[in-house]
Write a protein that binds this ligand. Structure first.
Ligand code: AMP
Length: 212
């Protein structure tokens, strides 16, 4: 199982990545989670990334490519991975091809999640994340709110700094101008599977497993 989850923010990549990683016993590599952990830990990377993420912009390619090269080269990810949030630029996609070539990996699929901007804004303004186990909830659908304990582990739920509407709009702009065109690079390679991000978590999960 080697998957690259591609699509706009808030489309369900993180939720599906966690489920699939658990089901198939492979690593979930989320560049966003790695950056947030670095910000919380106050590392050099975190200090560099914090303002960029807060503004809804992209962290420079060279930084991201070095991180992904390192993590994909670890023994834990040798037999499979779910890559979530990378690549986001054509330069990252080309660098990823080189990394996978160097690791002699050629059996991967790109899962392309599709969803309208209005649905994304609605979802992200309703998204709460558990500080403890990282699970993602929808305030409306899951009946939780800030202050409710995490339904799965009892941890504290919070709203991501960059899920405020103004930042979401900026992230979507970056997605449409810089990230979305990258799918053409993969379409040319015939490795893309399209998924309707509007379906329920269970349906999307089943579809991905049927199609990859
Ligand atoms: P995510 O959790 O995937 O939505 O990522 C949150 C933020 O982290 C993004 O809005 C970017 O600022 C940054 N980020 C995550 N992955 C990348 C990437 N591959 N390239 C550049 N910036 C990234």
């Amino acid at each position: 199982m080697r998957l690259i989850l591609f699509g706009p923010p808030g489309v369900g990549k993180g939720t599906q990545a966690k489920l699939l990683a658990e089901e198939f016993g492979v690593g979930h590599i989320s560049t966003g989670d790695m950056l947030r952990a670095a910000v919380t830990a106050g590392t050099e990377l975190g200090k560099k990334a914090k303002a960029i993420m807060h503004a809804g912009h992209l962290v420079p390619d060279d930084v991201m490519i070095a991180i992904v090269r390192e993590v994909l080269s670890t023994p834990e990810n040798k037999h499979g991975f779910i890559l979530d949030g990378f690549p986001r630029t054509l330069a990252q996609a080309k660098a990823l091809s080189k990394i996978l070539d160097d690791l002699k990996i050629n059996d991967y699929k790109v899962v392309n999640f599709e969803l309208d901007d209005d649905d994304i804004v609605r979802r992200l303004s309703n998204r709460l994340v558990c500080r403890q186990d990282g699970k993602i909830f929808n305030a409306d659908l899951d009946g939780v709110t800030l202050g409710t304990p995490c339904p799965s582990c009892g941890g504290e739920l919070y709203q991501r700094d960059d899920d405020k509407e103004e930042t979401v709009r900026k992230r979507l702009k970056v997605y449409h101008t810089t990230t979305a065109p990258v799918i053409e690079y993969y379409k040319a390679g015939g490795v893309v599977v399209n998924i309707d991000g509007n379906s329920s978590v269970d349906v999307v999960n089943r579809e991905i497993k049927m199609m990859v």
